[in-house]
Design a protein around this ligand. Structure first.
Ligand SMILES: Cc1cc2nc3c(=O)[nH]c(=O)nc-3n(C[C@H](O)[C@H](O)[C@H](O)COP(=O)(O)O)c2cc1C
Length: 155
């Protein structure tokens, strides 16, 4: 089992957006964004469920998931895969809700997903395969999104 590092913890906390993939009963994938995803300790990731009925339904039937977190400017990130437990009430639920609130959660949390990570891998864009530096990639995509935000890109 991999040890989740401080770098991973900070990265996930900084990005404030992750994508959670679960498996539907018919075997098809279910992917949905989660802003409330944080690394809890060396092995576990916590995700607050506010409005994710399909993810919860799927995890209760098949408790496996993958979480991807990517820095859109740096074009790098992490993918975490593991088994999940869903808490809806009880001491653990209360403690984890407190943890999420201390990390900025303001919405009402209905349930909490705790993923025990079995695989953790870095991911990077193929742009790095042609020798680009992090600085170059970051500045190129920062420019792109800044322009997009101010409507400067012709479509
Ligand atoms: C940027 C963003 C962040 C979100 N963060 C969360 C979250 O942390 N928890 C949650 O339950 N729903 C969150 N949502 C809402 C769910 O992704 C959305 O309701 C989705 O349809 C749930 O699908 P599911 O039931 O298949 O998981 C977020 C949506 C967006 C667009």
């Amino acid at each position: 089992m991999p040890k989740l590092t401080t770098a991973m913890k900070d990265f996930v906390a900084d990005q404030r957006l992750a994508f959670l993939a679960t498996v539907c009963p018919d075997g098809s994938p279910n992917l949905s964004p989660k802003g409330l995803a944080f690394i809890l300790d060396d092995r576990r990731i916590v995700i607050g469920e506010v409005r994710s009925p399909a993810s919860i339904y799927n995890l209760e039937l098949q408790p496996v998931a993958e979480l991807n977190v990517v820095d859109r400017n740096l074009r790098k990130g992490y993918r975490f895969k593991g088994t999940c437990v869903v808490h809806k009430t009880g001491k653990e639920f209360d403690l984890l809700t407190e943890f999420l609130c201390s990390n900025g959660a303001v919405s009402t949390i209905h349930s909490i997903i705790v993923m025990t990570v079995e695989h953790a891998n870095q991911i990077s864009s193929p742009v790095y395969d042609r020798g680009a530096s992090e600085e170059e990639v970051r500045s190129e995509w920062t420019r792109y999104y800044d322009a997009l935000d101010c409507d400067c890109i012709e479509k």
